[in-house]
Design a binder for this molecule. Structure first.
Ligand code: GTP
Ligand code: MG
Length: 414
């Protein structure tokens, strides 16, 4: 047993024993190239014994000097550089392999493949930079950020685009832009109103301070009062209640509007008052809309207090959360969560006219799986309130050139 050009044979009772011995002698970096089961001749057939012979070669090791063989530990100063060592060793092994493997063409083939792989590796540029991001994807990424889409939404959208978009399309910016709009549109859930309500229908508008709740109550009321003109089939007897006795001029603001369109409007001061007013109004009104006090989403105690009072509206009451489109996406997420105590059916987005972004609305609603029922985009009553549709939000995305025909075909709304 000796080593020649990095190749050696070793014998033992089993393969494990051979490997153990080989490692003791030459370290870990050995590769078995052949295993042979051998038999001794014995004496007239007696004392015949099986043993195993391994043919191995030494893989290059930067610290070969520690092993007790041949050339490498002669003079450490002359130790060849690691790369030369490897290449020299490889040549020798390949040469040797031709002798060893004369009987085993498989090993020659494997070694040739290893050589080929090594050559390919050598050809690859060292420290190759990461594959550059497609320029169009970068543009889209910047636009999504500019439109205040939540980071999680942006990542989801971009991963999907990169994964599912054919290479040609990735290079076609206009097409890519439409795909992004369509996919963003797919994330928008529209609230579908029930067709048959048991009257009186009670609608309660909740939301943070100053988002336009009272204005929205007025706009909604006008839609029902002039229902025939707004595609509701007919006009509805409508009445208003406000529970806002705190804000200066709150009741006057609503009362003035109610007088203009000649519908009743009452202030309810506590839960008993609210219950009684609803019962009274319900005798003639088909729709009762309740305006509430603006509450900070951070004020959990106030929200809980208002919830307790609003319970007087009964279990049939439908709640809508009014939220300004000018709210930052993370704040929208926390508002959507904090107002969940009202179990709101859907969301009304107000003041869309005040912003050229809609990524916050689309992504925050999508993140929490909430739908959108109405969009308000102006101070005028009742003109600036419309049933929500994805296109209204998509065309509000800054920097995107929406192909309206295509969006209308996809989302089926004019
Ligand atoms: N630009 C724009 N302004 C709106 C819209 N809706 C309401 N406003 C304005 O927002 C301001 C506040 O509206 P309100 O309806 O009083 O808001 P609120 O939520 O009832 O306020 P609080 O009761 O104080 O919490 C008013 O100046 C409205 O004219 C809208 O869709 N677009
Ligand atoms: Mg108000």
């Amino acid at each position: 047993m000796g080593i020649e050009n990095g190749v050696f044979t070793i014998q033992g009772a089993s393969q494990e024993e051979c490997l153990l011995r080989a490692r003791e002698l030459y370290g870990k970096n050995i590769k078995v190239v052949r295993t042979l089961d051998k038999k001794t001749n014995g004496f007239l057939g007696f004392f015949k014994k099986d043993y195993v012979e391994l043919t191995c070669y030494l893989m290059p090791d930067p610290d070969l000097s520690k092993y007790a063989f041949g050339i490498y530990n002669k003079n450490p100063a002359q130790k060849p550089p690691e790369e030369d060592l490897f290449l020299g060793e490889k040549e020798k092994i390949l040469a040797k392999s031709q002798q060893i493997t004369g009987a085993d063409p498989k090993i020659t083939q494997i070694l040739a493949e290893v050589k080929g792989l090594r050559e390919k590796l050598d050809e690859m540029p060292q420290n190759a930079p990461e594959k550059p991001e497609n320029e169009n994807i970068k543009r889209i990424e910047a636009l999504l950020e500019q439109n205040d889409f939540l980071p999680s939404f942006r990542k989801k959208m971009l991963d999907k685009l990169k994964k599912e978009t054919p290479y040609d399309t990735l290079n076609d910016y206009d097409e890519l832009e439409q795909l992004v709009l369509e996919r963003a549109g797919d994330e928008i859930r529209i609230y579908s109103e029930e067709k048959h309500y048991k009257f009186p229908r009670i609608i309660v508008i909740v939301g943070p301070t100053g988002v336009g709740k009272t204005t929205t109550v007025a706009k909604l009321a006008a839609r029902f009062v002039f229902g025939a003109d707004y595609g509701l089939g007919r006009n509805f007897n409508t009445a208003l209640i406000t529970i806002d006795q705190f804000r200066l001029g709150a009741i006057e603001q609503l009362q003035k509007f109610a007088d203009t369109i000649r519908i009743p409007c009452e202030l309810a001061r506590d839960d008993a008052d609210l219950k009684r007013t609803i019962a009274l109004m319900g005798e003639s009104a088909e729709v009762i809309i309740v305006d509430t006090v603006g509450r900070s989403p951070r004020d959990g105690a106030e929200l809980a207090y208002m919830k307790k009072m609003l319970d007087a509206c009964g279990s049939k009451a439908e709640y809508f959360l009014a939220m300004s489109a000018a709210t930052k996406a993370p704040d929208m997420v926390s508002i959507l969560k904090q107002f969940e105590i009202f179990a709101y059916s859907s969301v009304i987005i107000t003041k869309l006219d005040e912003t050229m972004r809609a990524g916050n609305v689309i992504s925050a609603l999508s993140e929490l799986g909430k739908s959108i029922a109405y969009i308000a985009d102006g101070q005028g009553v009742p003109r600036y309130l419309q049933k929500a549709n994805p296109i209204r939000l998509l065309i509000n995305l800054d920097g995107f050139e929406a192909n309206r025909d295509r969006l209308e075909k996809r989302f089926g709304v004019k």
